[in-house]
Design a protein around this ligand. Structure first.
Ligand code: CTP
Length: 398
């Protein structure tokens, strides 16, 4: 629930603006309060009166409204909320945010705030895919602006593709994930995820098939229970989790460094499929074919074991260190041995034989191995496995 939390909702000018009214209703139903800011273009789609009636609050729309400034200046307005949500975030609003413009109330509030911001983009598919918009989105991502959507589907303009605003219910869940207090509130948890890429030369690398889906699901489940999550990920294909600090890395050695500087943590979960080896000497230039037809010989060296390094550490060892074991034979026996060898508290073991469809798939069937023994969970979606794991972690850390 959102008891006592205030959301400043900026409604931009797009056909999806009507969904913002439903969002106001849902936030209030969840116990939150909403202060709407409707941009000039937004007013072409929703009337300030309807936003105000649903929010049961004053609607702000103009930067130079002296009555507003006397009641609550734009600086104060920007800081009075627990979260600022921009829905719909139009291409224009996104460009203003990325460029640091402050020429109307919405953009000025966004520039003046130190409150977390969540945007729900909505625009035509071509606009969404336009390099300028993609550049702006990348800028906002690196500025720490959270984003939900856009979804893919039929659009009001008759085209199909990414650009539809996320559904109000999904936006509400995202808000809940950020603001709801939970059993993991105040806990810091580091999660590694995805594959690592080990370079051979500037254009080639050694990789594996991990999608990062389980890591993303775990990070999101932890956030939903209130944890602060640092997400250290190799080049994954699964979407990044929302509401977490994402630190992208390429290689196992980079991943270890980032994990070490991310300490201290209450728990660390090693869901990454770290490459076991790296090429000893990465070629400076692209390796060319030998005229004799002789293929190049790659010399490999073992990568540092990130899980074992953190689990062994004395000083700032997290209270709970969790490893994964991706096995194809004797899953429980191998994973139990791995737990001992790597000195972690739990191992989440799974069978990644190709016929299980687990690696790269949507489901997982895991066995949790701890000091007491093995507990097998029924096959479920990676999201459900993550939720159950997060609950078990919350119980253990409380
Ligand atoms: N792991 C790690 N650093 C590595 C290798 C693995 O942190 N260099 C972590 C993984 O994130 C996972 C666990 O160790 O949590 C087990 O990884 P796995 O690849 O299944 O086991 P290996 O250590 O590679 O053992 P083996 O190859 O014998 O199965």
């Amino acid at each position: 629930m959102l008891n006592g939390k205030r959301i400043l909702l900026i409604i931009g000018g797009g056909i999806a603006a009507f969904k913002a009214l439903e969002l106001i209703r849902l936030i209030r139903k969840a116990g939150g309060a909403v202060t709407p800011v409707v941009t000039r273009a937004g007013q072409e789609f929703v009337t300030p009166l309807s936003a105000s009636a649903l929010a049961a609050d004053k609607v702000y729309s103009d930067l130079f409204d002296l009555t507003d400034e006397a009641e609550m200046g734009h600086i104060e307005l920007s800081r009075s909320a627990d979260l600022i949500v921009v829905a719909p975030a139009t291409a224009d609003l996104i460009a203003k945010m990325a460029g640091g413009q402050a020429n109307d109330l919405a953009s000025t509030v966004l520039m003046a705030t130190d409150t977390p911001v969540l945007i729900a983009p909505a625009m035509n598919v071509r606009m969404w895919l336009h390099p300028a918009n993609q550049r702006n989105i990348a800028t906002l991502e690196s500025d720490g602006i959270a984003r939900i959507g856009p979804d893919e589907g039929d659009m009001a303009c008759g085209e199909f593709g990414p650009g539809r605003m996320a559904e109000p219910q999904a936006i509400l869940e995202e808000i809940l994930a950020r603001l709801a207090t939970g059993p993991l509130a105040g806990k810091h948890i580091v999660v590694t995820s995805g594959p690592t890429h080990e370079p051979i030369d500037p254009v080639r690398y050694i990789a594996n098939r991990s999608s990062g889906a389980q890591g993303t699901a775990i990070a999101e489940a932890l956030v939903r229970l209130g944890a602060k999550v640092t997400f250290v990920t190799g080049p994954a294909t699964a979407p990044l989790p929302n509401g977490v600090e994402v630190i992208p890395v390429e290689t196992a050695q980079q991943m270890l460094k980032v994990v070490e500087v991310s300490m201290p943590a209450d728990a660390a979960i090693f869901a990454a499929a770290v490459a076991d080896w790296h090429v000893t000497k990465e070629a400076k230039g692209k390796i060319k074919k030998d005229k004799s037809g002789q293929p190049p010989a790659l010399k490999l060296a073992e990568n540092p074991d990130i899980l074992a390094t953190i689990a062994r550490k004395r000083k700032d060892r997290p209270k709970l260190v969790i490893g994964f074991a991706a096995e194809t034979d004797d899953v429980i026996a191998n994973a139990t041995a791995k737990r001992k060898r790597k000195r972690c508290d739990w191992i989440v073991a799974n069978d990644v034989s190709p016929e299980t469809g687990i690696m790269g798939g949507d489901e997982n069937a895991v066995t949790i191995i701890d000091a007491k023994g093995a507990e097998s969970w029924p096959r479920a979606s990676k999201r459900d496995v993550a939720r159950r794991l997060a609950e078990r972690i919350a119980e253990t850390l409380s």
